[in-house]
Design a protein around this ligand. Sequence first.
Ligand SMILES: [Zn+2]
Length: 97
Amino acid sequence: MAHTKGPWSVSQQLGLRLFIVADDEAIAEILPCNFDAEQFANADLMVSAPELLEALEIAVQCCACTLKQRDSGHLVECFAPKAIEVIRKAKHRMSAP
Ligand SMILES: [Zn+2]
């Protein structure tokens, strides 16, 4: 199953509840209810996730390794293996039945 399509945004209702919203529909609620700057920063990071994932998937295709180096696991200094690991982690439930 794929994640809810972005863009995502943060919505605060009546100053009491903080939601992550996609296409005018709440997809998650941020707890606890005593919001401070850290909770808003967390929410901003979460709503960036679809765009970060998309950017990371594009970046992996642009690493400086040759095809042969990619086939053997990339150069030691290449960012792609870590990026691929993070993408896999973000999508592991997408491939679950
Ligand atoms: Zn590489």
